[in-house]
Design a protein around this ligand. Structure first.
Ligand SMILES: [Zn+2]
Length: 203
């Protein structure tokens, strides 16, 4: 990668599920915190970020579902329209249970023309390999195109990734994951357009 030229680009970080309902439920309790760690990691690597945080509980208006409207949706579309914006990270957190023993996973679109390509797969696998080295359990799960933020970003020709962090992660563990995400993001995506090779779908 030594000959690869770096380029100034921006990354959008969307955080759609931060607002809890009146019972303190139906929300991603630590997504905002993890998105801040991810944002700091990009900034530390001289990559500008635009962070968009929902102000609405998902039961009233889910900001990761169609239609892409309202304050959150409009801010995301505005950011996606910027030429400097190359990518979007959609950040979520989930409760770790016996059914879902993972510390982190990528939720990847299936059954749509906007599902990920080989480059995305390699990005995922390198991150997951780092996690394994750090004794963290990660995987890739399949989702539908209903995940509006990743779907819309890809429709706009951007790279997009849905990242699910376990609520039980410690801050050092979350930092390890975010460092790996940014390290391999730079390796695979923060490069000149002509260096890109799209090689078909994998999911
Ligand atoms: Zn979520």
């Amino acid at each position: 990668m030594a000959e690869t030229k770096k380029k100034t680009t921006e990354v959008i970080i969307t955080v759609p599920h931060v607002v809890c309902d009146e019972n303190g439920e139906n929300c991603d309790t630590y997504a905002k915190y993890f998105s801040a760690i991810l944002g700091d990691e990009f900034i530390n690597n001289n990559i500008k970020i635009i962070r968009i945080i929902s102000k609405t509980n998902r039961l009233k208006k889910d900001d990761n579902r169609f239609p892409v409207t309202g304050e959150f949706g409009e801010a995301m579309l505005k950011a996606l329209n910027r030429e400097e914006t190359k990518s979007l990270f959609d950040v979520h957190s989930f409760p770790k249970t016996k059914d879902s023993p993972y510390d982190f996973y990528f939720l990847e679109l299936t059954g749509t023309e906007y599902r990920s390509n080989i480059r995305t797969r390699d990005f995922y696998l390198d991150v997951l390999s780092d996690l394994k080295d750090a004794n963290l359990k990660g995987t890739i799960m399949g989702a539908t195109h209903e995940n509006a933020n990743v779907y819309t970003a890809r429709k706009y020709g951007k790279n997009a990734f849905l990242c699910e962090f376990s609520r039980l992660l410690t801050t050092p563990q979350a930092k390890t994951i975010c460092k790996s995400l940014v390290k391999y993001y730079i390796h695979y995506y923060h490069i000149e357009e002509e260096e890109k090779k799209e090689e078909g779908f994998f999911m």
